[in-house]
Design a protein around this ligand. Structure first.
Ligand code: BES
Ligand code: ZN
Length: 655
């Protein structure tokens, strides 16, 4: 009997940490080190690649290695030392091929046993079908001197750049050699640049065509989704001894000025959570087509230029990405159903940093309230779906099996996750929770974890840091909410409002506008101009929530009073533009053309998707066709999905 219970427990605990979004046999064999060699041909948008893997066997008998791939051409697989060529084939499910990719099966030609370590090499080629990569032509760059390339691997896109075990539960060290054919092109990767050609070339090249060789290495273990590359006429400018900004020449001075306090942000977070262990912190301001606000590639955060507002109001994105150096990059979710282990914890730490930046908790709670509003709207939308997969997106444990993990991406893991941690902090006290988080990091450093690991860790921690009576009371309190918070698709079991003076100022003003007579400005309306960006965001999200009560006359008054359609802050613009479409204020006589320009100038999905969602099908299609070449493959995919899901063809107002 005892045996069965133990066997069941082991089985149950294995069951949960399986990553259903990988085709690899990562439970049987594990990547320990990856070395890649890439020859960039950016003019023809082709990369010749070689990858060398060091694998460790974790099963009794291993005869095959299965790797994830997406739309790439495999040339051959071989053993590096003996040069023996290996049999391989691709197992492809037509329904999955363009969703999650295919399985590359390599027959090892012998069997390995538990604990064996061996190396393999694969030679392959990738091109524009690689959905992690954006190949930009010279005309699409700021400097107009050379083509440009950048990657975005999270969640499961690394498999389109490199055949590998594309799961956040596998961590490995990596190194890279990148050869370019244009001497103006500079390359950066998410690792340390290495000088003096440390790594010998794996392939033989015609060196006449090679202009420069770049090498990188990262000796801290990372998951595949943190591999990143940028290549173009990019340069680096220091902002302190350990921080710098990288971008094309055109705007680099502006970016450097806006991000001059990077070092201070790192220190704010270190004050709360402990030492920054990655050495340098660099941030690349990418072209505006970068589909996210920021991406936490280690030693090389990527960011969208929309975070550079001119008044430093967009730097919270940088603080968020720095916070991932601990949550996400040091302790990582072990599959994409657990994304909140990255994002929820990261937002929690980000807001600890923002407290130091803003100096007042009220302003931090304004961010929490904006997030809560957006979360509540999404919970309502997802939870009312009849499709169990969509419904699960309202929880902290979305179903990702058979889907592109990106489909479940929304603000839910951020805010629902943040709220859970905020609540737990209120249960055990700020000081204790800070120590708990530090210990969680230490215990799981360079590993991956999920919600069960966190729960188990937390319970043991509380037991040894409180009296037995306190422990029992706290445990009961946590047990009442924890699983509901994670698995339920309705609102979290405890309602957190984050209401305070700073947020009330914003929502009261919004209320005054909603109840003002058409054409009239409410008393004291000028206070808006003194608001911080996040209060203005809250004002607009409050309006969005009640948009059916807004008429076009009031919208016009708002626009005139606050110059909203010409704002410099993209966080405000996208909300205002979405609202303009929702309320039918947007016409060719008002701001419709400005919105059309906006979606052609910025490719950040968070900002353009809501606009495409609000548009009628015809207009969305027309605007999309105009800007297709500008968007990143990931943005293209998501906008195409938005358009596909629209039923109506006509909206007379907008034609
Ligand atoms: N890691 C995310 C971006 C991401 C998530 C990319 C999932 C692909 C799949 C990054 O840290 C992030 O959260 N970026 C936010 C910024 C933020 C301040 C919440 C963004 O891009 O808006
Ligand atoms: Zn994040």
């Amino acid at each position: 009997m005892k045996f069965y219970i133990i066997a069941f427990l082991i089985f149950a605990s294995f069951g949960v940490d399986i990553d259903k979004n990988t085709f690899s046999n990562y439970k049987e064999v594990k990547m320990q080190h990856l070395h890649i060699e890439w020859l960039l041909n950016l003019r023809s948008k082709i990369i010749d690649g070689s990858a060398e893997y060091t694998f460790k066997v974790t099963t009794a008998e291993l005869k095959e290695v299965h790797l994830d791939i997406y739309q790439m051409e495999i040339k051959y697989a071989y053993y590096p030392n003996v040069g023996k060529v290996l049999d391989w084939h691709v197992e492809s499910d037509p329904k999955q091929s363009l969703v999650q990719g295919d399985k590359l099966i390599i027959k090892l030609g012998q069997s390995y046993k538990y604990g064996d370590i061996f190396q393999l090499r694969i030679k392959y080629q990738i091109g524009e079908a690689a959905r992690a990569l954006s190949f930009m032509s010279i005309e699409q760059t700021d400097d107009k001197k050379a083509p440009y390339l950048f990657s975005q691997c999270e969640a499961n896109n690394c498999r389109s750049m490199i055949p590998l075990q594309d799961t956040p539960s596998i961590k490995f060290t990596y190194s890279a050699t990148v050869l370019t054919q244009d001497s103006q092109i500079n390359v950066f990767m998410s690792g340390l640049p290495v000088k003096n050609n440390k790594f010998a070339l794996m392939e033989q090249y015609n060196m006449n065509g090679i202009a420069k060789i770049f090498q990188f290495e990262l000796n801290i273990k990372i998951p595949a989704y943190l591999i990143a590359i940028v290549a173009g006429t990019v340069q680096e400018k220091a902002t302190s001894q350990r921080t710098s900004v990288i971008s094309e020449a055109k705007n680099i001075d502006i970016y450097q000025k806006e991000l001059e306090d990077l070092d201070k942000y790192v220190k704010y977070l270190e004050d709360y959570i402990g030492e920054y262990k990655w050495g340098f912190y660099k941030i690349v301001i990418l072209p505006a087509s970068f589909p996210f606000g920021g991406m936490e590639n280690p030693l090389l955060t990527f960011a969208n230029p929309s975070i550079i507002v001119g008044d430093k109001s967009g730097v919270s994105v940088a603080i968020h990405e720095i916070a991932h150096s601990w949550f996400g990059n040091t302790v990582t979710c072990n599959n994409w159903s657990n994304m909140w282990i990255n994002e929820g914890f990261c937002v929690f730490l980000e807001r600890k940093g923002l407290l130091q930046l803003f100096g007042e908790i009220d302003y931090v709670y304004v961010n929490s309230q904006v997030g809560t509003k957006e979360m509540n709207a999404l919970i309502k939308e997802f939870n009312s779906s009849t499709d169990p997969v969509i419904k699960s997106y309202a929880s902290l444990h979305p179903i990702t099996e058979d889907h592109n993990a990106d489909d479940s991406f929304s603000t839910i893991p951020y805010e629902r996750g943040y709220q859970l941690l905020f609540y737990l902090e209120s249960v055990i006290s700020e000081i204790k929770f800070q120590q708990l988080l530090k210990d969680w990091l230490r215990q799981n450093e360079y590993q991956s974890a999920d919600e069960n690991d966190f729960y188990n860790f937390m319970i043991v921690w509380i037991k040894s840091n409180f009296t037995i009576e306190q422990f029992l009371a706290i445990k009961q309190q946590i047990d009442t909410v924890y699983t509901k918070w994670i698995y339920d698709t309705g609102s979290p079991p405890v309602k957190l409002g984050f209401i305070n003076d700073a947020s009330t100022q914003a929502t009261d003003l919004a209320e005054d506008w909603l109840s003002s007579r058409p054409g009239e400005q409410p008393q004291g309306f000028e206070i808006f101009n003194q608001f911080k960006s996040n209060q203005k965001q809250l004002f607009l999200s409050y309006m969005q929530e009640k948009y059916t009560n807004l008429n076009t006359i009031t919208m016009k008054q708002l626009d005139l009073s606050y110059n909203l359609s010409d704002n410099k802050d993209a966080e405000l613009l996208f909300r205002w533009y979405t609202l303009s479409i929702q309320t039918k204020y947007a016409t060719t006589n008002t701001n419709l053309n400005k919105i059309r320009t906006f979606v052609g100038k910025i490719g950040r999905m968070k900002m353009i998707n809501p606009i495409y969602k609000a548009l009628d099908k015809n207009t969305a299609q027309t605007w999309y066709d105009e800007n297709k070449n500008f968007y990143h493959p990931l943005a293209k995919q998501s906008i195409e999905n938005i358009i596909k899901s629209k039923s109506q063809y006509v909206n007379v107002e907008l034609l």
